[in-house]
Design a protein around this ligand. Structure first.
Ligand SMILES: Cc1cc2nc3c(=O)[nH]c(=O)nc-3n(C[C@H](O)[C@H](O)[C@H](O)COP(=O)(O)O)c2cc1C
Length: 329
């Protein structure tokens, strides 16, 4: 399956593993690269820019295929040294970057000067159009279904993706709610050049999260997420658990960040992934949980997805067109 995305980024399949806090580490990213898809190390998962350099080196020991680094810029009480992480990415000779969160304008010139291709991930057509204007190479657009930050417009992918592709000229990668071949084919039909998946890649053998988390994703349905930080206009879609339900409940009473801060700390969320204690804190997962019912290796997942997508296109969809022309005849 060749698209403008596979051509531009030099990968075999139109499938991306987007940045994931605590999850986007060398083992997973290298497995994605070796499977012919495009994986991203998540810069801020590394405690310091020097650790990021080491993680990039570790990934290179595990694969000789292309991979990238995600730099997520979000509102933060104690912002990380973004410029230093950016410099670590440039100095490491990384060729592909995924930016996410705020407008990447401050960082883009540094990446472009270093010849780095940039995919900006955003959640609205207006932000995607802006990113195109300032010179990013491609955009990933997250629909309301997605894990993590869906923005505040609440537009699902079925509308957001074609609304974007009819307006943009750079390649668009559909993100959010995609977990299998049906989602991939649908995204291509909507005009996207590829898909980005988070939750699906988190639930693979190589994903560095506790087995309990993967099994919980398999058990969960599309109903098992919560939207937190709605009242703060910084919405995040996370797994439904004791902590996220309590946050939503406190927010419904008109809370301020200080009232929920103790519940939502990154350190507590990290414990979920490391110890498998599912109620230790907030952890990110999307509605696509409802489509996930196994824990495959990354290679099996990607091979299956591409194979089934080709089958859907050449058999089921082609068959529908054939059936119509036969009726017509
Ligand atoms: C555990 C987890 C952590 C995530 N952390 C980040 C992050 O740090 N930066 C980012 O840009 N996106 C992050 N995301 C979002 C994913 O990159 C992707 O856009 C999203 O998962 C797509 O929706 P899906 O889960 O339905 O595939 C995260 C997703 C998950 C599941």
């Amino acid at each position: 399956m060749r698209t403008r995305f596979t051509e531009m980024f030099g990968v075999e399949h139109p499938i991306v593993q987007g940045g994931m806090m605590w999850v986007g580490r060398a083992e997973l990213v290298a497995a994605v690269a070796n499977a012919g898809a495009l994986g991203f190390i998540t810069a801020l998962t590394q405690p310091t820019p020097e650790d990021l350099v080491r993680e990039i080196e570790r990934t290179r020991e595990l694969t000789d295929k292309p991979f990238g680094v995600n730099l997520t810029i979000l509102p933060s009480i104690d912002p990380p040294p973004y410029a230093e992480y950016r410099q670590a990415i440039v100095d490491s000779g990384i060729e592909i970057v995924e930016t996410a969160g705020f407008n990447p304008a401050d960082h883009l010139p540094f990446f472009k000067d270093a010849g780095i291709k940039v995919i900006h991930k955003c959640t609205s057509v207006r932000h995607a159009a802006k990113a195109e204007r300032i010179g990013v190479d491609a955009v990933s657009i997250d629909g309301f279904e997605c894990a993590g930050h869906p923005g505040e417009d609440d537009v699902p992918g079925l509308i957001l993706i074609p609304a974007a592709t009819r307006q943009l000229t750079i390649p668009v990668i559909a993100s959010g709610g995609i977990a299998d071949a049906r989602g991939l084919v649908a995204a291509l039909a909507l005009g996207a050049e590829g898909v980005n998946m988070g939750t699906r890649f988190m639930c693979t053998v190589e994903s560095p999260v506790a087995q309990e988390v993967k099994e919980q994703i398999v058990r969960s349905t599309e109903l098992d997420t919560k939207l937190i930080f709605r009242t703060l206009r910084n919405t995040a879609r996370v797994a439904s658990n004791e902590v996220s339900r309590e946050v939503v409940e406190i927010e419904s009473r008109g809370a301020e960040f200080g009232d929920i801060q103790h519940l939502v700390s990154g350190a507590r969320g990290r414990k979920v992934f490391e110890d498998g204690d599912l109620d230790a804190g907030i952890w990110t997962a999307g509605q696509s949980q409802g489509l996930i019912d196994d824990i495959p290796t990354v290679s099996d997942l990607v091979t299956r997805m591409v194979g089934e997508a080709e089958d859907i296109i050449t058999s089921r969809l082609q068959g529908l067109v054939g059936a119509r022309s036969e009726v017509g005849a």
